[in-house]
Ligand binder design. Structure first.
Ligand code: GDD
Length: 320
């Protein structure tokens, strides 16, 4: 079976690639953009067929998908950082929505018989009211950032292609995930890297933070990768599923956990530049639908994920 991962060089994509390579009879392919950083997949480089392509370009996308002719596509490529979407909203909307449109149109025009997983996001739920927690898939979508709007667009586009053309698509609404290889712009990795830099004497013992009052539902990226695989193995066509742990942590508590694990004494400094025009206050999902259809449940405890993240940064050579 031929499996294509868009976004294979990214955080979740590289963990999914590792998982795919443990499966029997999988020929793994990935789409890579010119000048993409490749350090996340350098260890599997020789076992993956990489095709150069820019998903924002319809011709490029169609040529790549025609060349690979995958049986399954995991569509993970995206502009995934919420703050960037305020600075460059057009880029986020084009990359995320038009990129996916190009994948769908390529599959449709080539008449390819393939299953497609779409990495949607819990950010789509946005403004969730206290009586709506834990969030189910039926909750209204009230996006609070251009990024969230782009994910609503991807989600609805996938629904529409299923309804209009019976495109074999499964949507996963991933809640926050973290773990080794997470870029240090995202909260847990950002704090973990700051702590490791302090351990190394590279910076004073002050942790720079944004909004510590938000609550997020964190899952280990390796559990999420398993979820993506199960979504295509067992998920129902046209359906949408929450991928989440089912519990949430206040960001302040996550910081406290990391600081305690490091054994350091630090000061906390809130930076206005790390605050968002609107931040989703509380994300905590209900994963019952996905569990019932696929048998998935997360197995890696959050504390373990945070320890692995700290160890990941300790293993990365220091850069001044
Ligand atoms: N990045 C960051 N840096 N976030 C901070 C900081 C900080 O210094 N301090 C507090 N936060 C808060 C943010 O305001 C937000 O409430 C929370 O920590 C998580 O921020 P991120 O890690 O940047 O993730 P996100 O929740 O905005 O989005 C992630 O999860 C989505 C799924 O819910 C991303 O991975 C998205 O791509 C994904 O769709």
């Amino acid at each position: 079976m031929k499996v294509l991962i868009t976004g294979i060089t990214g955080f979740a994509g590289s963990h999914l690639a590792d998982l795919c390579l443990t499966k029997k009879d999988v020929e793994l392919c990935g789409i890579i953009r010119w000048r993409s950083r490749t350090e996340n997949i350098d260890h599997i480089w020789e076992r993956v067929k990489l095709v150069e392509c820019d998903l924002r370009d319809a011709t490029s996308t169609r040529d790549a998908i025609e060349e690979i002719r995958p049986d399954w596509i995991f569509h993970l490529a995206a502009q995934s950082f919420v703050p960037t979407s305020w600075n460059a909203p057009t880029e986020s909307l084009v990359t995320n929505i038009i990129g996916q449109l190009n994948v769908f149109e390529a599959v449709r025009k080539i008449k390819l018989d393939c299953r497609i997983q779409i990495a949607c996001s819990s950010e789509e739920y946005g403004m969730v009211h206290p009586d709506e927690v834990p969030i189910r898939e039926t909750n209204p979508l009230r996006p609070l950032s251009p990024y969230a709007v782009s994910k609503v667009g991807q989600d609805m586009l996938a629904y529409q292609y299923y309804m209009s053309y019976r495109t074999d698509v499964v949507r996963t609404r991933g809640f926050n995930h973290t773990g080794p290889r997470r870029p240090p712009i995202f909260v847990c990795s950002d704090f973990a890297k700051q702590l490791v830099d302090i351990e190394r004497g590279l910076r004073p013992p002050v942790i720079r933070v944004g909004n510590l009052e938000a609550r997020r539902d964190f899952t280990d990226v390796r559990d999420i990768a398993r979820g993506y695989w199960l979504a295509l193995e067992k998920g129902r066509s046209g359906e949408v599923y929450n991928l989440c742990s089912g519990s949430s942590h206040r960001i302040r508590d996550v910081l406290d956990m990391l600081v305690a694990m490091s054994g350091l004494t630090v000061e906390i400094a809130q930076e206005p530049s790390r605050m968002r025009p609107s931040d989703v206050p509380h994300l905590e999902g209900d994963n019952a639908k996905f569990a019932a259809d696929t048998g998935w449940k997360p197995v890696i405890p959050f504390e373990q994920t945070l320890r692995d993240l700290l160890d990941f940064w300790r293993g990365v050579p220091a850069r001044k």
